[in-house]
Ligand binder design. Structure first.
Ligand code: NAD
Length: 526
């Protein structure tokens, strides 16, 4: 019998140490020192000192560290995957493809694009300000605080950290206390890749430390986690006017029309709902199927779901849950649904969590579901998929949009024109056609939510620039002594009126405009 501990009882074991526990086996893997809250202010001082040096490096020099990190991660790939898998209970294939690969791909994206995206951008100058130069410059913000969750503990910490670092910022990461081993891994990776001291600091600890770091007046906060915590962080940030990006929860709809490739849609729904044991902000959480194919679709899905292999081995499909707290939430949502008439056609109701319980939930398909049930309204971080039939395109769109969330959605049909039309009516930050979740792994696309799913975007060009101050500059040669809109105003008002009517009205009258302009110049020189 292994030394069985859950992530909750292990956490309670010591106030100064976080215990990394493998949720699939219950084994304690390691104890990690917590970052003392009294050192928060020193951490910011160190970060700001490091940022001065780091931001003064040329982009090429910064990106050389990125390349080192990528090579290091490629060399240690197996070890990294093993650590993630043991800290989360997810299968190794999921650790590799969904947590490590996106970081490697983001590194390549930054190495290839960061210089272009963050270099000075020239822009046009209005005719009235002829002779001046206009441009936008991107400047580091300072010390960026990244607070990350446990479901994809590597990529949801490292990609925002790298975005901040590319922009010349120093970073303090507060990784999730539920997966502290991955927090430690990140610290070691940046150290071994040779990043200068204090450019990256990893502060291990729980929500009290997260709150103290948020109150410590960072220059920017990037948060990924629950809506509840996002609101707490945003309230504190508002007090200090600190800009934020918040990446929060989701309740993603999948709409399957009767003309879709049913085999593909069933396979996509199963993976979209159950990958990472359903603990994905973008997982498929509400499945709407057009009524004529509903029964066949549900039957096919059941047939395939009961064949999925659950466990922790290389060939297993579904790993364990990671956070014990989520077991109870999933259980409560399922009980609410069953009380209101829903039926499980695969899986079974899990037990309330206690430290001797297994952390595996068998994948659950729910039918006879309605919109009054929590399972349709609240985010479910577990392997559960409720299926609802619909009769018209409009009804499907209305049901999909009837949510507090708007992170991601998918539309399935062979009619691509219809798919695009439906997607453009969905209130969501991300969408896929005949696929699930996939936009997040294209680093060139922005990522983020609408409504309660979050504020702001990362990934893509805008998502990189968001980590910088955007500075607008107009430059004059300084040779002439006046500007036409400066004092004195005497004699100029009527001339300006005519000039603007000419320039902005339908008839340009360039000859007359040039004369008016020169008359204004004459008054300006007086
Ligand atoms: P959580 O909000 O409980 O914790 C997230 C992080 O915030 C942890 O590091 C935690 O220690 C810290 N924290 C908690 N309270 C804090 C406080 N008062 N001040 C500062 N920091 C505090 O979320 P979780 O359970 O770790 O993650 C699951 C949630 O994350 C789900 O709702 C999921 O949808 C969301 N999520 C969103 C995305 C996205 O990109 N939109 C991605 C993954 C997960």
């Amino acid at each position: 019998m292994p030394e069985v501990k859950s992530k909750l009882s292990a956490k309670a074991a010591s106030a100064q140490k976080l215990q990394a526990v493998n949720p699939a086996t219950g084994r304690i893997i390691k104890e990690i020192d917590e970052f003392p809250i009294k050192q928060v202010s020193a951490a910011y001082q160190n970060a700001r000192a490091a940022e001065k040096e780091w931001s003064s490096l040329r982009m090429k020099e910064r990106l050389a560290y990125f390349r080192e990190l990528r090579y290091l991660m490629s060399r240690k790939l197996e070890q990294i995957v093993q650590i993630i898998s043991s800290d989360t209970g997810k299968t190794k294939t999921e650790a590799l493809t969904a947590d490590v690969m996106p970081v490697l791909d983001a590194l390549v994206y930054f190495e290839q694009n960061a210089e272009r995206i963050l270099s000075r951008q020239s822009t046009s100058t209005p005719l009235l300000f002829l002779g001046k130069k206009s441009y936008i410059e991107y400047m580091s913000r300072g010390a960026v605080l990244v607070i990350s969750p446990w479901n994809f503990p590597l990529q949801l910490a490292m990609i925002p950290m790298l975005s901040a670092l590319a922009g010349g910022n120093a970073v303090i990461l507060k990784p999730s206390e539920v997966t502290p081993l991955v927090g430690l891994l990140i610290e070691v990776l940046f150290k071994e890749a040779g990043f200068p001291e204090h450019t990256v600091q990893v502060a291990h600890g729980g929500k009290e430390l997260g709150a103290a770091l948020t109150k410590g007046k960072p220059d920017f906060i990037f948060f990924t986690g629950s809506v509840k915590t996002g609101k707490i962080i945003q309230a504190q940030a508002a007090r200090d006017l600190i800009p934020t990006i918040l990446e929060l929860g989701g309740k993603d709809p999948m709409i399957v029309f009767k003309d879709a490739n049913i085999e593909r849609a069933v396979n996509g729904a199963i993976w979209g709902a159950f990958t990472n044991s359903g603990q994905v902000c973008m997982s498929t959480e509400r499945l709407y199927v057009e009524r004529p194919i509903y029964n066949a679709f549900v039957a096919k899905m059941r047939e395939k779901v009961i064949q999925l292999k659950q466990g922790y081995g290389d060939n297993d499909d579904i790993g364990s849950m990671t956070s014990p707290l989520q077991l109870d939430i999933v259980k409560e949502q399922l009980e609410d649904a069953v009380c209101k008439g829903a039926k499980l056609i695969t899986g079974e109701l899990p037990d309330y969590w206690d430290s001797s319980n297994e952390m595996f939930i068998k994948p659950i398909i729910l039918v006879d579901v309605n919109e009054d049930m929590d399972i349709i309204k609240e985010e479910t971080f577990g392997p559960v998929i409720p299926i609802i039939p619909f009769d018209s395109e409009e009804e499907a769109i209305n049901m999909a949009n009837n949510s507090l969330y708007g992170l991601n959605a998918s539309v399935w049909t062979n009619d691509l024109e219809k798919a695009e039309k439906v997607v453009s009516k969905l209130v969501t930050g991300n969408a896929a056609i005949n696929d699930v979740m996939v936009s997040v792994v294209n680093h060139g696309l922005p990522f983020g939510g609408v409504k309660q799913s979050g504020i702001g975007r990362y990934h893509g060009e805008g998502g990189l620039r968001a980590f910088c101050h955007e500075k607008a500059v107009m430059a004059d040669t300084g040779k002439k002594n006046y500007e036409i809109q400066w004092y004195p105003y005497k004699g100029k008002h009527q001339l300006f009126l005519k000039l603007f009517q000419n320039i902005f009205g339908p008839d340009k009258k360039w000859g007359e405009s040039a004369k008016l302009y020169l008359d204004i110049v004459k008054y300006s020189k007086k």
